[in-house]
Ligand binder design. Structure first.
Ligand code: AGP
Length: 609
């Protein structure tokens, strides 16, 4: 997602735009720009980098005397972060900023190129500007041009638009992406959300789907989907600048946990054709998967845990030998790479030094490399032979949630693609895997998020403990490792994950009266085994919190607390248990008053080895 802002009125526009953009940075921060109306026409200043870079450029070469401007901070989707791909984009007599994705931009672009239109950037946004400009050249009227142009577009947009012949005016339109109008004594504003406008006003109006807005220094006009003028309904927000940036959530981490269902949809939908997994849009076709005979997954921290979870699916469904490696160990103790080995590196930030070093090592050995990355065009994404973006949107909290979540969904889809392309599973089974990840996973997350009050109560019983253990078998052991990391990194409580069957080989000596043991048991075939491990620790005084499938028999028998997980499919169970371990960690840390979004000693991207 990106952030857009616009202003017209009787005050200096540039500082308003830059201030608004600095507040909108959480929506994206890989490139930034402003287009300001001056007496010499519209002047655009834009660059790769964060708002500070733009402010430096404006200090060196200021835009003076502008009272009408639009601005944009980008989270790259089509076309990597660069000066050229940064917004605003000009096409003819039109200058535009955009939040969203024009899905049919390639066909619109080729049609315009046939008419002799040339393009500078790789973005869908420049195409949108060119379509509006072409319609504007026909009609000479901004509103008609916008209506004609958006009728040709598929996908999502929130536009801020300047037309050369209409100084002092900002036009906007929205479909699928949020857009807020606002009014103040010194003029009228538009922005992606109220966050950016709180420094200037609290009086706002939400643009509805398909509506068009026309902002002038002295007023605002609003038009409905049919082009008829309607009266804007102004409201007064109760948000504060700090709370608004988090969309009303207390922390970015909680906001990002709640964004997971939407993030799954964004990471999976572009890779489904006729109900089947398809990575051709990522430059990977079925023939590529057929060559894969062995997989090495290399990552750090939670990304390693995503690789463990995804690796279980790759082995069980696709039948591909898969091992996960900690990146900082991989290149010093490299595993033997048999013929047909694919190295998959996973990184939310795309800049983790250990993972990058492992990627470079694999490449130096001539191994094909595939990166699963969230931040577009980052070093790891650029240097891998292939990349699949998770499209989770900016993740601000240091403790990853939607980043991990979408990494696992991509691995799930890869497993289905490999299994189907190798004929290991039938088309119907591949479609069922896709369906379960696209439907059951988000549904399970939403269902578990209705249990936050119950999880807060459980958190209150373990918040003062010094040592907490997670146990599980198979996929549940992988999830236990993510749960333990989440808990310790934001609450600072010592927490370790153990293979449930391993406890009795030493670690069980640590169990004392009241020691919390969180047991995850979603795999039906392993339920009885895990239950016996639960009984072992319970009989030694542990306070057992059992996360288990909702069709388990007598789960209460050996657990002090039971959290039932919806058992619709393996994918549903996996993401239900993920949601519980995330929320549990969050609630414990909140009760301990920790700095949840910025835990001590940690950084969002560890760019040192
Ligand atoms: C996870 O909550 C941590 N913040 C950390 O383990 C993180 O997953 C790890 O540093 C890898 O980061 P990356 O995904 O950006 O490479």
């Amino acid at each position: 997602m990106c952030g857009i802002i616009g202003y017209t009125g009787n005050a200096n526009a540039v500082p308003k735009i830059t201030k608004g953009l600095s507040v909108l940075e959480y929506r994206g921060y890989d490139s930034v720009g402003i287009a300001a109306r001056t007496e010499d026409g519209v002047r655009t200043v834009k660059c790769r980098g964060r708002i500070g870079m733009l402010e430096e450029k404006l200090e060196k070469d200021p835009i003076v005397g502008s009272q009408c401007a639009i601005g944009h901070t980008r989270w790259a989707t089509h076309g990597g972060p660069s000066d050229i791909n940064a917004h605003p984009h000009r096409a003819g007599r039109v200058v535009l900023v955009h939040n969203g994705i024009i899905e049919n931009y390639k066909e619109l672009k080729s049609a315009l190129q046939k008419d002799g239109v040339s393009f500078l950037s790789e973005t869908d946004t420049e195409v949108a500007a060119a379509v509006i400009n072409a319609c504007y050249a026909q009609t000479g009227d901004p509103k008609t041009a916008i209506r004609m142009a958006t009728a040709k577009m598929k996908g999502s947009y929130a536009f801020g638009i300047l037309f050369d012949e209409f100084p002092g005016e900002v036009w906007s339109a929205r479909c699928g992406s949020p857009l807020i109008l606002a009014k103040a004594k010194d003029g009228y504003y538009l922005a992606s959300d109220m966050t950016a406008l709180l420094p200037f006003t609290k009086e706002y109006c939400c643009l509805e789907e398909g509506q068009i807005a026309h902002l002038m220094p002295s007023g605002a006009e609003l038009f409905d989907v049919d082009g008829a003028e309607i009266v804007p309904v102004w409201s007064v927000t109760t948000m504060t600048p700090e709370s608004a940036q988090k969309g009303g959530y207390a922390h970015f981490m909680l906001k990002e946990i709640y964004e997971q269902p939407e993030a799954i949809e964004k990471s999976v939908s572009p890779r489904i054709i006729n109900g089947l997994p398809d990575f051709s849009a990522d430059g990977i076709d079925a023939s590529f998967w057929k060559q894969v005979k062995n997989i090495q997954i290399v990552a750090c921290g939670s990304a390693t845990h995503a690789g463990l979870a995804g690796g279980h699916v790759l082995e069980s469904v696709a039948g591909i030998p898969t091992a996960s490696y900690i990146a900082s160990e991989y290149r010093y103790h490299p595993p033997i790479a048999v013929d047909g080995t694919l190295v998959i590196v996973i990184s939310q930030s795309g800049e983790t030094a250990d993972t990058l070093a492992a990627l470079r090592y694999a490449k130096s050995k001539g191994l094909p490399t595939l990166a699963i990355v969230n931040a577009v065009e980052t070093t790891i994404a650029r240097e891998a032979d292939y990349r699949i973006y998770t499209y989770a949107g900016p993740e601000i909290a240091v403790a990853t949630t939607k980043g991990y979540c979408t990494q696992v969904t991509v691995l799930y889809m890869i497993a289905a693609a490999i299994a189907h392309s190798c004929g290991r599973i039938a088309e119907a089974d591949a479609k069922e895997m896709v369906r379960s990840i696209l439907e059951d996973a988000p549904e399970a997350i939403r269902e578990m998020l209705t249990q936050t009050e119950r999880l807060r109560e459980i958190a209150a019983k373990i918040v003062k403990k010094d040592h907490i253990f997670y146990i599980g078998r198979g996929m549940d052991y992988a999830m236990s490792q993510e749960g333990a990391l989440k808990l310790k990194e934001i609450s600072y409580i010592h927490c370790e994950a153990y293979a449930a069957g391993e406890l009795k080989h030493g670690t069980i000596s640590l169990i004392e009266e009241g020691t919390p043991v969180i047991a995850i048991s979603t795999e039906e075939a392993l339920y009885d085994k895990t239950e016996s491990n639960v009984r072992e620790v319970h009989s030694r005084g542990a306070h057992v919190i059992l996360l288990c499938r909702d069709d388990a028999k007598n789960p209460q028998l050996s657990a002090d607390e039971v959290v039932l997980l919806p058992t619709k499919s393996d994918a549903g169970l996996l993401f239900a248990s993920l949601t519980v371990v995330q929320v549990l960690a969050y609630e414990v840390a909140a009760l301990r008053g920790c700095d949840i979004d910025r835990p001590r000693n940690l950084a969002k991207s560890v760019t040192v080895e």
